[in-house]
Design a protein around this ligand. Structure first.
Ligand code: AMP
Ligand code: ZN
Ligand code: ZN
Length: 411
């Protein structure tokens, strides 16, 4: 009898074997890696991935900032629905607190993140282990759940050390090894801000991150591990100049408003009693600048219904920046982002390769929320209904992986 039970157990293990042997899924974000950097000849590993897999220029969500777009990529919801509407924001339901990337208490507070469900949360709920080698939101217990393995954000940790951490997680025994892993690099964005998108420094940083990706591939290969690797960026980078600066006080009187952010756009909160004056002065088109009321953005931005969106939002022409005279321009930056997601300068890189991908596929530009159903499919995690669609990316997959039969849920 015992033998029969063991035999049945062995047969069951055989039948479920392919699920255990599923390739790892690694989602890599290179902050600020503009789509056209891939064609500069400075990233040999990513070029090889594109040749052996799929690549595209990807449209970020509005606004083209870091936290809103990382959360869009990992939840499949645009910022208006995922709740991270800006890097800096306020919420009438969370009074007295300003959310900022540098405000650690806010970054780890799930109330800011709970409007979306990151893929690692869905995975963990389904008993699939996940790991985050940094990703905005991964330090908060979103919906009460954290990735099985995660680390507090530490910008000083080198690209190699981040990769080696991922490889050490890949070394874990099968029952502890994460099936879905995120990996984040900030270097290219930092250099883009400081030196501008056309600088040698950006190319050097791109080469550095590319080498780290090569190190990951080599490390996985040495371990005999198959992986589907998806490389994305949150947004691109536009050159800015002191010759193209706007000051909001040229349109509205100082002392009638406060602002949560300036640069590639400006968020305006009228002071109590000044609402009508500020609205009348700003809403509409100005030279190099357009301002919208919350709730009245162009439909293509899919933005402005969340109560966290500031009452007035002013967006300059791409490459121009807007400031308040009371709040000085960002000390000599040569590049920034936050502009119209349709601008070519804001386009983000997408490269994917691995056993699920066909070779040499160049996809048409798609929205970054479409990455979510792809990654969910690769990792065998049930995609939650959202703003993204798999179909713009389906052509990148091998026929057996398109239907979802071998890779998990259809979407
Ligand atoms: P941005 O100002 O939109 O260009 O944001 C880029 C910056 O976001 C990076 O240089 C990092 O300092 C910061 N950042 C990225 N991920 C995190 C995180 N998980 N927690 C805090 N800050 C982060
Ligand atoms: Zn960014
Ligand atoms: Zn940036």
């Amino acid at each position: 009898m015992r033998k029969i039970v063991l035999l049945i157990a062995a047969l069951f293990a055989l039948a479920t074997g392919p699920a255990l042997a599923r390739p790892l899924t690694v989602l890599i974000s290179i902050d600020g890696f503009r789509a056209d950097y891939l064609g500069r000849g400075v990233t040999p590993n990513m070029s090889a991935m594109a040749a052996g897999g799929a690549s595209a220029a990807m449209r970020p969500s509005f606004p083209s900032k870091t936290f809103p777009n990382h959360y869009a990529l990992i939840t499949g919801l645009r910022p208006d629905r995922n709740g991270i509407v800006e890097n800096s924001m306020e919420d009438p339901a969370i009074p007295g607190v300003s959310f900022k990337m540098s405000n650690h208490d806010a970054v780890v507070d799930r109330r800011w993140w709970d409007q979306g469900e990151p893929l690692w949360v869905t995975a963990e709920k389904a008993g699939i282990r996940s790991a985050t080698m940094f990703w905005p939101g991964s330090e908060a217990p979103v919906h009460g759940v954290r990735p099985s393995l995660w680390l507090p954000f530490d910008q000083s940790r080198s690209a190699e050390a981040r990769v080696d951490q991922v490889l050490s997680w890949a070394d874990l025994p099968l029952d502890q090894r994460p099936q879905f892993i995120t990996l984040y690099f900030d270097d290219v964005d930092t250099m883009g801000h400081t030196y501008g998108p056309e600088s040698t420094e950006v190319n050097v940083a791109a080469t550095r991150v590319d080498a780290a990706i090569g190190r990951l591939e080599t490390g996985l290969r040495a371990r005999g591990l198959e992986a589907n690797i998806v490389v994305v960026a949150d947004h691109g980078m536009a050159a800015i100049s002191e010759d193209r600066q706007l000051f909001i006080e040229d349109h509205v009187a100082a002392g009638t408003f406060r602002t949560l952010g300036t640069g590639a756009f400006m968020t305006i909160v009228p002071l109590p009693g000044q609402e009508e004056i500020v609205d009348k002065a700003l809403v509409g088109s100005h030279e190099h600048l357009t301002c919208w009321r919350r709730g009245q953005f162009p439909a293509r931005f899919h933005y402005g219904h969340n109560p966290r969106v500031a009452p007035i939002f002013c967006l300059p022409q791409t490459g121009w920046t807007v400031y308040s005279r009371a709040r000085k321009p960002n000390g000599g930056e040569k590049g920034t982002h936050g502009f119209d997601p349709a601008a070519p300068e804001m386009a983000a890189v997408f490269v994917a390769s691995g056993p699920a991908f066909r070779a040499g596929v160049r996809l048409r530009t798609f929205d970054n929320v479409d990455v979510y159903p792809l990654v969910a499919r690769l990792a065998g995690i049930e995609a939650q209904p959202g703003d993204g669609h798999l179909h713009p990316l389906r052509g990148a997959l091998k026929p057996k992986d398109r239907s979802g039969s071998s890779l998990g849920q259809a979407h």
